[in-house]
Design a protein around this ligand. Sequence first.
Ligand code: HAM
Length: 424
Amino acid sequence: MSGQYKAPKGTHDILPPEARAWQRLETIVRSVMDRFGYEEIRTPIFEETTLFARSVGETTDIVKKEMYTFTDKKGRSLTLRPEGTAPAVRAFVEHHLGRGARLTKLFYVGPMFRYERPQAGRFRQFHQFGAEAIGSADPEIDVDVIALFVRVLEETGIAGLSVALNSVGDANCRPLHVAAIREALASHKDALCPDCKERLERNPLRILDCKVPACRGLAARIPPATDFLCDACRAHHAAVEAGLAALGVVFRLDKNLVRGIDYYTRTAFEIHHGALGAQNALGGGGRYDGLVAELGGAPTPGIGFAAGMERILTVLGEAPARPRGVVAVLPLGAAEEAAARRLLYELRRVAPAEIVAGDAGLGKKLRAANEMGARFAVILGEDEVRAGRPLLKDMETGEQTPMSEPEIIARVAAVAPPPTKESS
Ligand code: HAM
């Protein structure tokens, strides 16, 4: 019987062996973010709907088709966050996080929601980790952010990454690009889908994002943004390339790289992995020099990225085995059980520990200890309890030594990994 209810379409339960892989990834993310000087921000799961319409863009697929929007009891329109940048920037403005700081570096990890057609690598509830560096227009910050993303992925052990880099220009040069797109498509308007006809008027860049085959064919006629960059954007782009090359971060220029969100200016990038097929972006990001002002703050440049955690874990494959480090406490009879349970409670200060109680003989209990991957067994018979010296058995060497309880705890603590840390 599998029951009447299933997790909603496009969502997943993360079950115990898999949850270990998630913990390992989160541990790596937090560790690398810390070394690069990013601090965690946790924003609400839902926000005012207009926050996303203003930032992600009214004409994007995310805002037009994919938001989980609902009205609360007071008639406010709220939306489950489809991404983390707008909430982070909203919080940056609301709490004046930039006050007195040259650069504010934030990271986040958590669920995002997009009403998309579920398929491999595309879900309705998915998880991102991301970083936002707000306060500097220096191209070295772009380099630092891209290098940070690469470093996280490298530390997970993923090989075969491909970093794609582009520039989408800024408010200065984008009008030229937009005019060129309108010109290139003017005589093909009738072949565009109804959405793209509207996009041609309101936001022609979005045509590059359309999935309708006819529009994809026409998108090939659209000249790339890099053909229209102003001098400042061109210099910025060149400095980012030089900075990445200086760090030895391998990347390729991709003039056709467009992102599905409107707030980007200048640098846009994605990291891909061959194993993922059509949905092969492990993550992406870029600069958003107009976003802070758009959301009501003082004009402040920013750049960031977000990565899809399900996609990264798919590439990584099998969850790591549970680390050995468990201590098995083995009372030989019912009379020793109370003492064994007391010791178990103490051992759990320093290591994962389990008890093997019941009537079975020592051999069977040792086998059970082995099966649970125990690094140590602590054997309590009548004599050991009376003397206050249980036997500590090292399951790797087979060596057995009577020890006092404090000695046992010290020995286990020295060898076992700390209980809250995942070994990688
Ligand atoms: P995005 O490209 O929309 O950018 O999403 C980043 C990553 O999230 C994608 O590359 C993908 O790995 C993952 N992702 C997106 N949608 C789904 C989905 N439906 N199912 C599974 N994974 C998905 C952003 O979200 C920007 N906020 C990134 C950013 C940060 N730009 C500047 N700062």
